[in-house]
Design a binder for this molecule. Structure first.
Ligand code: ACO
Length: 332
């Protein structure tokens, strides 16, 4: 938990990227036993973007990072740290942040990944906020990026209809003292739920074998109903806590950017918070669940189309595997 009456960190620029290829619900009907109607009614998703063959996680992160740097009017050489939230790095190790740093040409600066699944971007932003706040770093690139299509079991209708690929990034810089910036952040994990959403094989517990690959255990497995319940409860409490930490009321919040995992989760959180649908930034219909890219993709879209304006307050919250969840209140 952290709180701040005056922001230490401002958002200098935001950028995002989604791959060109679109996979529609109709195309999924041909892959698994599902229907466009089921997917739309149960999740709110119509289509999702899928990375091209050979397009890596760091390739997508690079485009989003360059766009965020342009928005911040900075060069890669101005950065002094890179933090990437992802669970689908180009390689199991080194970190996606190392691959991204090399492609950006920002040699030498500390660059590391945070593994918090769908909460990865929120964790990265919260960590970056602490480094800026300590005065040790000036310009930190935080990224949420995921190529979930490479770890999706395309024979499992319970998961393959949900996920998409994409990237989002923000540059964090010291506050200018004008009130704009990160007002509060919250991070939480409940490790008792690790088995409800995971990739079982390929780690130290069960190194990859041909049998595990054949059984689909190198791909995402999820007990959706477990995650659903925790998502509604924890996203609600983390949202309320972030607002309280900043000494504000929910009525003071202009925009809520929820993790775009399932429209029914979002609606239930909004109902519990008693916030009207008009305050929600939504793009789940067109992107599906892009994990850690979800928040910055929606955030960037609402800045680009003029919905989110300077001076407004934005509340973001996300939950994913771990389960890990996080929230942040930001004044633009
Ligand atoms: N098409 C048609 N039927 C389906 C499909 C599908 N794509 N998927 C499941 N079904 C069926 C099930 O088999 C089941 O049938 P049955 O009753 O005959 O057994 C029925 O639909 C209901 O299944 P549920 O799993 O109970 O469906 P639910 O309404 O819970 O929706 C979903 C499933 C969409 C996965 C939901 O539980 C969910 O969104 N969970 C949370 C996901 C999430 O937030 N994940 C966290 C982030 S992901 C990350 O961190 C990488």
């Amino acid at each position: 938990m952290s709180s701040a009456s005056s922001p230490r960190t401002r958002i200098a620029g935001v950028g995002a990227y989604a791959p060109e290829k679109i996979l529609t619900n109709a195309a999924l009907e041909a892959l698994v036993d599902t229907t466009d109607e089921w997917i739309r009614e149960r999740t709110g998703i119509r289509e999702r973007h899928i990375a091209a063959d050979g397009e890596t996680t760091s390739d997508m992160a690079l485009v989003a990072a360059k766009r965020a740097l342009v928005a911040a009017n900075l060069e890669p050489s101005d950065l002094d740290m890179i933090i990437v939230g992802t669970v689908t790095s180009d390689t199991i190790f080194p970190a996606c942040a190392a691959h991204l740093q090399h492609k950006l040409g920002a040699k030498g600066i500390p660059s590391f990944d945070v593994s918090a699944a769908c909460a990865g971007f929120m964790y990265a932003m919260s960590i970056g906020d602490r480094f800026i706040g300590s005065g040790s770093h000036k310009n930190i690139l935080v990224v949420g990026v995921e190529r979930l299509s490479s770890v999706t079991n395309w024979e499992d209708r319970g998961t393959c209809v949900l996920f998409g690929d994409g990237a989002g990034a923000a540059v964090l810089s010291p506050s200018r003292g004008d009130g704009a910036g990160i007002l509060s952040t919250r991070m939480h994990t409940d490790g008792s739920l690790t088995e409800s959403l995971l990739i079982r094989a390929g780690g130290s517990r069960e190194p990859t074998t041909p049998e595990l690959i054949a059984g689909g255990h190198t791909k995402i497995k999820m007990i959706g109903s477990d995650i659903f319940k925790h998502a509604v409860r924890n996203l609600t409490s983390a949202s309320l806590d972030a607002v309280k930490d900043a000494g504000m009321e929910l009525a003071d919040v202009d925009w809520i950017i929820p993790h775009q995992a399932n429209m029914r989760i979002i609606s239930q959180v909004a109902a519990r918070l008693k916030v009207p649908q008009e305050k929600l930034v939504l793009n789940i219909e067109r992107y599906g669940n892009t994990s850690s890219a979800s928040i910055p993709l929606a955030w960037n879209e609402a800045i680009q189309d003029g919905r989110i304006k300077p001076g407004q307050t934005v509340l973001a919250c996300a939950l994913g595997g771990g389960v890990s969840w996080a929230s942040a209140l930001i004044r633009m």
